[in-house]
Design a protein around this ligand. Sequence first.
Ligand code: CA
Ligand code: CA
Ligand code: CA
Ligand code: CA
Ligand code: ZN
Length: 279
Amino acid sequence: MRPEIPLTTRDVVGVDLTHTRYADEVAYAKGGGSGSGGGSGGGGGGTVSFAPYTSGPATASAGYNITIEFKGSWTQAYYDIFVKSADYLTSLIIGELQDVTVYGGKGGPKTVDDILITAELGAIDGLYGILGQAGPTAVRTSNSLPATATMKFDIADVDAMGLEAFADVVLHEMAHSLGFGSIWDRLGLVTNGLYTGQNALREFLAMGGTGNGIPVEQDGGSGTAGSHWDEETFNNELMTGYINDGSNPFSAMSAASFADLGYVINPNYASLAEPYMYA
Ligand SMILES: [Ca+2]
Ligand SMILES: [Ca+2]
Ligand SMILES: [Ca+2]
Ligand SMILES: [Ca+2]
Ligand SMILES: [Zn+2]
């Protein structure tokens, strides 16, 4: 289940920051998936092959683009969830990044503008247990921003959790793939369990938070600790380590954190975020 780690090159450093998610970190839809109707292949419709999708401006050099390559068993509904998350994140992140050349995949060297995500739905270990793995597989040497990432999910869990929960999981994991939590250490954004990036911190203070940093998850082991907002503090915020039953809003604090990573983000990021107040 280990993703292929791209070779380190002049442009990128191969990394293994993959976030393994377990089924018990996600509240599954009661009585099975909302789209499964009791059968396999939830989400409605048959399995289809999809061409790669690129979100963001049509002119590649005009801003941030996310390209997704789809492997494995996809339905239109699952594809649509990935497209929606990618479209959302390219409305939030607007700044063009330097193209990079990556090696190690099939078909020889590839030019990446601005991130290439390999998305796969397939069999892992059946219902429950491992839900999936996601995260950057190569980051730019120049600024640590991810150039390639992988998002792989166990089709048995995806079919069972329902489309609403899966949409939350996909946006959460795509945010990791773009660097949320996964490059914080590399950028020195966490000190003594507190996230100190100024943009997200400003939003934390604006909603009534206090102190000089945002509480970061310390529990749950590697893959959860150190790379999420603290569950006890932030409860159903999407970028905590556990997806709650019901709504999981992506807050202005999470949106602003992408500026701390070094992305140029939409000045209207707060209006793109979902309403959220903690405590
Ligand atoms: Ca671009
Ligand atoms: Ca580019
Ligand atoms: Ca599983
Ligand atoms: Ca949560
Ligand atoms: Zn996570």
